[in-house]
Ligand binder design. Sequence first.
Ligand code: BGP
Length: 488
Amino acid sequence: MWGGATAANQFEGAYNADGRGLANVDVCPHGSDRWDVVAGKKKMYNFEEGYYYPAQEGIDFYNNYKEDIKLFAEMGFKVFRMSIGWTRIFPKGDELEPNEAGLKFYENVFDECLKYGIEPLVTIVHFDVPMHLVETIGGWRSREMVGHYVRFAETLFKRFKDKVKYWLTFNEINMLMHLPFIGAGICFEEGENKEQVKFNAAHHELVASAMATKIAHEINPDFMIGCMLAAAKTYANTCHPKDVWQSMEKDSEDFFFIDVQSRGAYPRFALKELERKGISIPWADGDKDLLKENTVDFISFSYYSSRLTSADPEVNQHTSGNAFATLKNPHLEASEWGWQIDPLGLRITMNMLYDRYQKPLFIVENGLGAVDTPDENGYVEDDYRIEYLQAHLKHMIDAVVLDGVELLGYTSWGCIDLVSAGTGEMKKRYGYIYVDRDNEGKGTLKRTPKKSFYWYKKVIETNGAVLDKISLPELGDVDVKVTEQQAV
Ligand code: BGP
């Protein structure tokens, strides 16, 4: 299935429409303080004077969903990945009855997709935590979150059991270790053991994910439930065994979550590591059986770049990436935001995940964040984006055709321009559709297909076969922008 991916908080807008409550994702501002807020270092529990909050209006998908889905259909999408704004359904998070207006909105969106034969792929939580639960119980640090999440998930499964088949329990579940406020609604208190808090939250999310998987399969045995990982192979800087060992350890950090969700138990390396660090797992009665008996049906992941590590402290030239620290790889070019570009790394990552889990994969994020310069008609010639995607898709197809990896689908990230999660910018664009809006929230919000829109339409039409036939000159001069490292 070919398609595109989005997240509620990065494009819906209408943050207080029809009874929607405030969520952690709303109060992450644009600007230099954003990083500290999303990382849980700076407490910002409400809108503050002097800041701009891009999630408030996003690109107003809430009021434009018909037009946007029509454009996705024109490209030939078979699948559309989107998430549910938790606080549209449960504004505070602890209500017992859902907000009908919120459910109705998503029902309308699903109906619109189905009208065009587009299958919705729904992320239940893409970073959202209701602010009421952040303030009253400290987000996912508390076990109480499990009950609130499960009630939310069950409400969705029951209401949409005939409209949605593919579900992801949490977006990039491993992100909570890196950006705990956006990943789990956690702000640290002075002097507390941060690692312990993060592993408590991780355990609660893993238990919640397994409970949701159980209920989902009871409600509709045809449901396909996936986990979702911010994935990337970590390379060793040299063939020195210490470097190789370190790269293995880095990969294991990511495997930890998926091992639990896909194999049904904490991996032994993680148990040993936690024991060494003096971190305890907040087990409750029944957790072990629950995890064991309710594993996911498929493995979904985002892939933007490979990562690089070295055991030698002298090798320390870092570059930015998807919230994961990585060394600069001299063999790779980078985006304008310093994210390195490694198409073969996608094939490597796919093989690594498939070998380990032997379950179908779903690539649910991949793409190039770049500055687009529209002409006077709003048209963007984004050959750099086409080149990035083309290279990745070629390796993706090799992984399927030559290596035998089972792949359910591919949804490129930000199929329509939307707000960047990392920086809160609009100018970091991933879309096939240009949206007239800038970093300060100015612009008409007009949608205009870019050159990549027509390219992707061809890719979908030919199920990827055209990739071999489109030669780059046919698409015009390709100008891949390579700039120096820029901090996120
Ligand atoms: C992933 C998130 C997405 C998305 C993407 C690109 O981590 O799941 O929400 O934003 O990264 O990152 P950014 O928006 O920072 O460019």
